[in-house]
Design a protein around this ligand. Sequence first.
Ligand code: PLP
Length: 386
Amino acid sequence: MSISLSKRGNEIVQAEIRVMTIECEKLGGINLAQGICDIGVPLPVAHAAKTAIDRGFNSYTRYDGLTELRHAIARKMREYNKITVDPETEVTVSAGSTGAFYCACLALLDEGDEVILFEPYYGYHLNTLLAVGAVPSYVMMRAPEWTFTPDDLEMAVTPRTKGIMVCTPSNPCGKVFDKAELKWIADFAVKHDIFVFTDEIYEYFIYDGRSHISPASLPKIADRTITISGYSKTYSITGWRIGYSIARKQWADMIGYINDLVYVCAPAPLQLGVAAGIKKLETSFYKGICTEFATKRDLICTALDKAGLKPSVPQGAYYVLADVTSLPGKTSKENAMYLLHETGVASVPGSAFFHGSDGENFVRFCFAKTNAELTEACRRIKRLRR
Ligand code: PLP
């Protein structure tokens, strides 16, 4: 047989997160590898979705989402993200933020276009770029605060660069980009005339009094920024697949057509559930999850410190990178497997988030777990100290 996978099929590897999850299930361990949020779905969200199904609201919606949801998102963008958005032409509801990013890449990038990724990066960003034939280049951030300089940006740019990807707060390192850093990125994007893609799925998980700043709220880059976000994490509905992109009409039209082509629309009754959540949940809900996750962060960082696995304390999101150079094993994969076998706690090898060898020093833990599960995981991690 001479038929084969596509070239892109040969480039894309199964996410390490899934591999570790399978290993963890085999051992019946505690899975701190995958970013699944075990906190309950807020009542107004669940109730509105159930009611929508019961009332027969189960057909296709407009390709870019239901009016209720687009308008709710536009209002939330204005109030929380400080971005003015036309709900009729600039919001595309998609199959999760993953779907939203894929559609944006298909609409805006050609084969061979380069996109700068901050490293450590989220593997789906890399693989989505590879899937559309784009070429990643990297800006390495420096642990433990994950800093970079304007010079680092200049080193990564070439005449083929068409975009830069920001993830704030970041998965996997929890970095929250501050105003000064976003200004550097804005100046850089204008200077080189490139898109800014920004994934803000963890926008409500921000710790220690920091604020979330959306790159598109900087007027200088408002027209060239594609903001990606969604409700998987905020409402603990990772399986519902409700996300969105925000872009100027000149980009949003094509992003919407691609969304129609690939997904037709996001799940109809679940769009109504999320719309109800955005309308009904008060600021106290979002502050509450923030406080709850800050406590979980402190719990796991203390345990990691005690075990001698120095954590890079995250400023946001719900992951922590821990230094595993003191563990037996030559690679982060071996370190993660050692940890899984010794403690029954699954993590993701750092190599999943770096293109070079720096990832071998880290593993990533997700702390979006119930208190009981996280406490047990921490108890086991602490025991590692021999
Ligand atoms: N973006 C980032 C940075 C993530 O960490 C994740 C999930 O782990 C996603 C997007 C996935 O979001 P969604 O469920 O909306 O596709």
